[in-house]
Design a protein around this ligand. Structure first.
Ligand code: HEM
Length: 416
């Protein structure tokens, strides 16, 4: 009983560290814990990920416990909350949004956003000042999400929306840590009001015939406004924070490795599709620092995973970070080595930053494109030097983030 309370307190302190604390010595084992009245199963091996996400996926829908925690952010009818069956229509509709021509157009927007922000950096680079790239990357990702989802530059609303999403995300994370339901929060209601007001205004505005966006697809189908708003909100929530924090991790990782930066620099004229090394560098950062650091599921029926009996109703947590550092799948798994992604993976489920199976991330191609363009453009113009030697401290709530600013010195390259 006492150890169960201790475990619970540890979970409340840091869900991110908790996965490490309860990890069995043998990664092929599943750790079973009883917290309160619920059974929890923690998975650490790519074979277990494959079992849950692919081989027996019908038995493992998303965890209702976690879905409840993110309800304010995704809305009750947002894609994230829908059953596999109900999700099909929305997934199909969104699937058309990342075709080649569209991706190319989006990449031009990303290039433009990066260029707009660079002028301020040039002065800082000249004067040898330290800059925090975190707000720049966050704003850029939010504006790109605006183009993809709404087909408009939401620059003027970016700060307001950013604050509301960040705060709601934090509240959802805090609610995940505590098993006791939180009382009604006026602060939460206020942030939700900001998001709903801004999104409703955009939804009610007319949209051009030539536009391609999630919103246009939704409008074409003449769906109820609450349903449209939930989809827009769910996509913003799912796509914005994850991409921003993964880019922050990636820029931090490459800033610590001049060799990697030179290789990205060498790909500066290739365009994002041909930049295989730059893509590999981003993937390697996603492997070591997955922003979606756990995948929550629940067992519909009794099952057995890696010899561990799973009881129906049990909550399954796949630790993406540990799966992606599995020594059976990667040599020197703790090292940042982009080259490993130039070859075929050793295990089909050892790299799952975007999930896998029927509910795999719908924005993976967008995130890949965006990050590749940003890394290319940054390395084309500057050498990045970390201003602090120590690696960033990581905080994991619903998603994983760096706690500190991303302080860098930028050295302007002479010939671009
Ligand atoms: C690095 C960036 C990203 C990461 C790491 C990421 C990660 C994930 C993961 C792990 C899932 C599956 C969750 C599960 O199975 O429980 C997911 C789902 C989803 N992602 Fe992403 N994502 C990223 C970017 C994006 C972007 C850019 C968008 C769209 C603009 C997006 C939209 C979605 C949506 C709508 C879902 C829910 C799909 C469904 O429930 O059927 N994501 N994402």
């Amino acid at each position: 009983m006492l150890s169960s309370i201790k475990l619970l307190l540890n979970f409340q302190k840091s869900p991110y560290l908790f996965f490490e604390q309860v990890r069995p010595a043998d990664p092929r084992q599943v750790r079973r814990l009883r917290l309160g009245v619920k059974d929890f199963y923690f998975c650490y091996h790519p074979d277990q990920a494959k079992h849950v996400l692919e081989d027996r996926k019908e038995n493992y829908p998303k965890s209702s416990l976690v879905l409840k925690k993110i309800l304010p952010l995704s809305g009750p009818t947002g894609l994230i909350q829908l059953s596999d069956q109900d999700a099909k229509g929305v997934r199909q509709m969104a699937g058309h949004l990342m075709h080649q021509e569209r991706a190319l157009r989006l990449s031009k927007f990303v290039e433009g956003f990066v260029r707009e922000e660079f002028d301020g950096f040039d002065r800082a680079a000249q004067e040898g000042e330290v800059v925090d790239l975190k707000p720049f990357l966050t704003r850029l990702v939010l504006r790109t999400a605006g183009i993809f989802i709404l087909d408009r530059d939401i620059q003027s609303q970016a700060d307001q929306l950013n604050e509301a999403f960040v705060e709601l995300n934090r509240m959802a994370g805090e609610s995940l840590r505590s098993l006791i339901p939180k009382p009604y929060s006026f602060k939460r209601a206020r942030y939700l009001e900001v998001i709903h007001r801004e999104l409703d205004r955009i939804i009610d505005e007319g949209i051009g015939e030539e536009q391609v966006s999630l919103l246009r697809e939704l409008k074409k189908r003449d769906l109820p406004r609450s349903f449209m708003r939930d989809q827009v909100k769910a996509f913003m929530f799912a796509g914005y924070d994850t991409t921003a924090s993964s880019l922050i991790f990636a820029v931090d990782s490459i800033s610590r490795d001049q060799r990697v930066q030179e290789k990205i620099f060498a790909e500066r004229h290739l365009g994002y599709r041909g930049a295989t090394y730059t893509q590999a560098a981003y993937k390697e950062s996603l492997r070591l620092y997955p922003s979606a650091y756990f995948l929550p599921r629940q067992a519909a029926e009794d099952d057995v995973i890696s010899g561990q009996k799973i009881r129906a109703g049990g909550q399954i947590f796949i630790s993406v970070r540990h799966v992606q550092r599995c020594p059976e799948a990667y040599t020197e798994p703790e090292r940042f080595l982009p080259e490993r992604f130039l070859e075929a993976p050793a295990h089909s489920h050892a790299f799952i930053p975007f999930g896998e199976g029927s509910r795999i991330c719908i924005g993976a191609a967008l995130a890949m494109m965006e990050a590749t363009v940003v890394l290319q453009k940054l390395c084309e113009r500057y050498r990045l030097v970390p201003a602090r030697p120590e690696p960033p401290e990581i905080e994991g709530l619903i998603t994983a983030h760096t706690k500190s600013p991303l302080f860098l010195r930028l050295e302007r390259r002479v010939a671009c």
